[in-house]
Design a protein around this ligand. Structure first.
Ligand code: ADP
Length: 258
């Protein structure tokens, strides 16, 4: 807390005292701390793939290049790590773009069911790799006024997680309906679930329930932070229901915009 005396102009109190202005600066400190943590996390997350890329290049230069089987494998790893860097940078840029916005732009009216179908088309191939069925149960004629690409990003991040943290032959089901002036979107999977104690933290940047495992699955650790920021941009809210070993459901409610 910072205190600073303010002397009111033309006041009888001029010589006899003042008003103490009390401002809560713990919030400011907390924000500063979060920013510092973020920068240090970003640095770490960027360094990991770069170190790996440089390591493999060095090994190739030291002779492995002459063994085509080994060289091909190393080049594949370099490619995967470069792709990870690319995704990470895209997510960081996206996050900083939505973070600084008070309101979204390019709003248009669109049919939610059709938008979800478009997202499924993009995710089809990754779903097939694990034989996961994508089910669109959005009710007909639910129109939403929003930035369609932003909403696609939101649904895509949740469906992507629904696939990644699922079992073979599982399902990811998206439902959408209207409720008391709000559009409700839910994404439900039959995956590994999230232990209750971790739920409050999963929207934090780079927070992962199982660090090693999630990294291996190729995420950036920013997917849910992006989701949360998009929901905030539309004054909505997000809830998570999860049972370990059975699955997870994310429920988003967004006030209807005229
Ligand atoms: P990541 O890129 O690691 O998936 P996210 O921000 O999207 O990052 O998610 C944060 C963490 O929350 C994940 O690492 C994972 O541990 C957990 N998580 C997110 N979605 C699910 C889900 N549908 N099922 C189980 N765990 C999930």
């Amino acid at each position: 807390v910072s205190t600073s005396p303010i002397r009111p102009k033309n006041s009888d109190l001029d010589n006899s005292g003042g008003i103490v202005f009390i401002q809560d600066i713990t919030k400011v400190r907390k924000l500063e701390q979060l920013r510092t943590e973020f920068v240090s996390n970003v640095t770490h997350e960027l360094k990991t793939p770069i170190t790996s890329i440089r390591g493999f290049i060095e090994t190739l230069k030291n002779g492995s290049i002459n063994n085509p089987v080994v060289a091909t494998r190393f080049l594949e790893i370099i490619d995967i790590e470069a792709e990870r860097l690319h995704e990470l940078i895209n997510d960081i840029l996206l996050l900083s773009e939505i973070e600084t916005k008070m309101k979204d732009t390019n709003l248009e009216s669109f049919d939610l069911k059709i938008m979800v179908d478009d997202v499924f088309k993009v995710m089809e191939n990754i779903a097939k790799e694990k034989s996961i069925s994508l089910i669109n149960e959005v009710k007909d004629e639910i129109f939403m006024k929003a930035n369609i690409n932003r909403m696609k990003q939101l649904v895509m991040n949740l469906v992507d997680n629904g696939i990644k943290y699922n079992r073979q032959n599982g399902t990811v089901l998206v439902d959408g309906h209207r409720e008391e002036g709000k559009v409700v979107i839910s994404v439900k999977d039959t995956g590994i679930g999230i232990p209750q104690a971790h739920i409050p933290r999963i929207f934090e940047r780079f927070y992962r329930v199982d660090r090693g495992r999630s990294r291996g699955m190729g995420g950036t650790g920013l997917g849910l932070s992006i989701v949360k920021h998009i929901v905030n941009l539309y004054n909505g809210d997000i809830k998570v229901n999860s049972i370990v070993g059975e699955g997870t459901e994310f429920i988003i409610k967004i006030p209807h915009q005229e």
